[in-house]
Design a protein around this ligand. Structure first.
Ligand SMILES: NC(=O)c1ccc[n+]([C@@H]2O[C@H](COP(=O)([O-])OP(=O)(O)OC[C@H]3O[C@@H](n4cnc5c(N)ncnc54)[C@H](OP(=O)(O)O)[C@@H]3O)[C@@H](O)[C@H]2O)c1
Length: 285
């Protein structure tokens, strides 16, 4: 399916894609050069043409999901669903990778549970706070001082500015999206049968990067009654459909901080790397 891109989302994965770091990631992105020379995965757009075996979509349909090399005028679709009519293309393009990841790392959360979201003001975090709230959890968001009001507006019952307040208390689920705290510190924040989910980490060196912490989880898992997870999330059509329903009902809303033109992709990635983005940044061709 050929899709005319109307907007494309940017996430930390884009930086890994264009830099080829950490090196271990090249097993996925391509050795010795990128398999896909054009970066970009998230997108929203209009179906331009369909192959003979395609069912359920036809030219002119408005869709969102993931495609191949979406920082371009056109892309071929990998996984897409119809775009909710109440969303702009820019909003829809901000959904796939970050919201599917948030949904994945919240699987099993029950109403009444206490959830701590570390990195609540970013792409994955902005959806995690909203989704956990929709699932009936009580959410504490952790972010820097410039994002406190933003995280509160997403529905967090409590917001902690990590520059002025130490993390304390016990939570049924801790999502470490920012990825800078040692495992023992995170485990102290968990109830005896709580769940720690390592979502991301941008530290750990050029060879294995944040995956070093995932290995730490594997080593500790047999020796604790707490649940330790470090999932690699993928964008599933079923998850996009579920998110689409929540978006249509207005129960979650994409937080688009900024929209930049295609020529400014490097600026967008730099903003994201410098933690300047509240929620998501989106590219338009
Ligand atoms: N496991 C997977 O499959 C998967 C999927 C998607 C993404 N990820 C990973 O998840 C991570 C986050 O992705 P993202 O797209 O949400 O990135 P993002 O939009 O850059 O969000 C990260 C947030 O963390 C905050 N932060 C930085 N240092 C912090 C600290 N010490 N304590 C609390 N918050 C802190 C940043 O802003 P402030 O400091 O201003 O609050 C920023 O808002 C990345 O490492 C990415 O690679 C993993």
């Amino acid at each position: 399916m050929l899709v005319r891109v109307r907007a494309a989302g940017v996430d930390q994965g884009t930086w890994h894609q264009v830099t080829g770091l950490p090196y271990l990631g090249r097993l996925a992105f391509g050795l010795p050069r990128p398999r896909m020379p054009v970066p970009g995965l998230d997108m929203a757009g209009i179906v331009e043409a369909v192959g003979t075996k395609v069912t359920g979509f036809r030219p002119g349909d408005e869709v969102f999901g993931i495609g191949r090399g979406t920082f371009a005028e056109y892309t071929t679709a990998k996984r897409i669903v119809p775009k909710p009519a109440n969303l702009t293309f820019e909003q829809a393009a901000a959904v796939p990778v970050s919201a599917c990841t948030a949904l994945e790392v919240l699987r099993g959360v029950e109403a009444g549970q206490r959830v701590l979201v570390i990195g609540a003001g970013g792409g994955v975090g902005s959806y995690a706070v909203q989704l956990a709230t929709v699932f009936g959890a009580s959410v504490t968001g952790v972010c820097g001082p410039t994002k406190v009001e933003f995280v509160r507006s997403l529905g967090a019952t409590e917001v902690i500015d990590y520059t002025s307040t130490e993390l304390s208390g016990q939570y049924d689920r801790v999502l470490d999206i920012a990825g800078s705290r040692p495992l023992p510190t995170l485990l102290r924040l968990l109830t005896p049968r709580g769940t720690l989910v390592l979502v991301g980490a941008e530290e750990g060196g050029r060879w294995i990067g944040g995956l070093s912490r995932s290995f730490g989880v594997l080593v500790r898992r047999p020796f604790t009654r707490q649940h330790l997870r470090a999932p690699l999330s993928i964008v599933r059509t079923s998850d996009l459909t579920r998110l689409s329903e929540l978006l249509t009902e207005g129960r979650i809303t994409p937080a688009v901080d900024q929209t930049l033109p295609l020529i400014d992709v490097p600026t967008a990635i730099t903003h994201l790397r410098n933690s300047r983005v509240r929620g998501k940044i989106v590219i338009t061709p």
